[in-house]
Structures are given as C-alpha cells and as structure tokens.
Design a protein. Sequence first.
Length: 226
Amino acid sequence: METPKLPGRVIIGLVLVILGGLAVLHNLNIVDLSDYPISWEYFFIVGGLLFFLFTNNKTVGIVFLSLGLFSLVPELWPLVLVMIGLYIIFGRGGRIKNYSSKAAPDSETNSNDYFECVNIFGGGNKVLHTDNFRGGNIVSIFGGCELHLDGCKLAPGENVIEITAIFGGGTILVPTDWNIIIDVLPIFGGFGDKRIKDPNLVYQTDRTLHIKGVALFGGGEVKTAY
C-alpha cells in the first residue's frame, strides 16, 4: 500500500500542533518535559521526519533533519559531506545518474520541464527554456532563488511549484498571460503577487501554474518578466 502524501503546509501545521500540545501538557504538569526542553532543534527534527515520510519533497526532510541533528550533536557534521556525495551520485530520483548517455531525440521529457532549486545559506539564479513546463521545487533556507520562466510555456493542465522558504525566499518571473494560483502558507512571512496585470489580456484557461508551500520567517513573490 502506497504511503499517503501530504502537502508541506500540513506538515508544518502538524509540527506546530505536536510541539504546542506538548508545551500545554508540560505547563499543566501532565507531562514533565524538564529534561527535554522544546527548542528549534526538535522542530526541525520532527518536521524533517514528517516531510521525509509523508511527502514527495525528500530534500526538505533531509535538510530539516540535518539542521536539527547537527545542532544537537555537532560531532555528526561530517555526515553532511556523505549526504552531499550521495545526492551527487544518485540525484533526486534515488537512482545512480547516467552521465555517459543522452536522452533519445524523440524523448517527450525535457530536463527543463521540471526543476529543483535548493539554496541553503546562499543564493542563485535559474533560467529555464521549455515549451512544456510542468513545475518543480524551490527550497530556500537562509538563502534565496530567482527563477526565470519568461522563456517557457506551460504544459496543459495543472502544473505545480512547491516552495519551502525558511529564513529565505524566492522570486519567480513569469510571462504575462499565465494563469497562476498562489497558495503559500505564510508563518511570520509572506508570498506576494507583484505581476503587472492587463485587464484586456486573455489568460490561458487550459493551463495553470499552482504555486503552493510554506513561508516560515521567509517569503517570496511572483513578478511579470519585463
């Protein structure tokens, strides 16, 4: 049976409910947590486990677990090198990358149709060019990402960008005629729509870009590409 998948906003909500409930029980002397203080490390560890087990966004789960565990047990920091090495070898699909062969000319999937932008304690720009853009993931933790989609066309149907901004953010530049739905949960943060909208413009109704995720002490914006 396949493990059910949950959106990032549900994961963050579950973490807050768990930690808040434990704090209430401790204040009412029902549970003694004196020897186990609730701190940000536990937030990241619990959130990382939930992300890793119940969502498709394994990268966020690994990052959360790493930040929490390495802060509690600094001796484990060399594992960061191990994890980075495994990610380079296997990539996001969990299989060893094939560096020797190229995709077949008649392949329907282009490498730019789907993207992954991970910025931790840093920033970067990503420029995509495709006529069949399907979505991707933005993870910004103490960092930022600027994504240029002005050279792209949306694939038919609903296409999703999942964003996780924690003390970081992202800027997404899009064409003027894209139909965009923003559903980002802000927690001490925000995600805005800064597009220049033309009332006479006909938007694509059969193609939608759905931007969803969580902005925790972070944020981002969608802007019209000039």
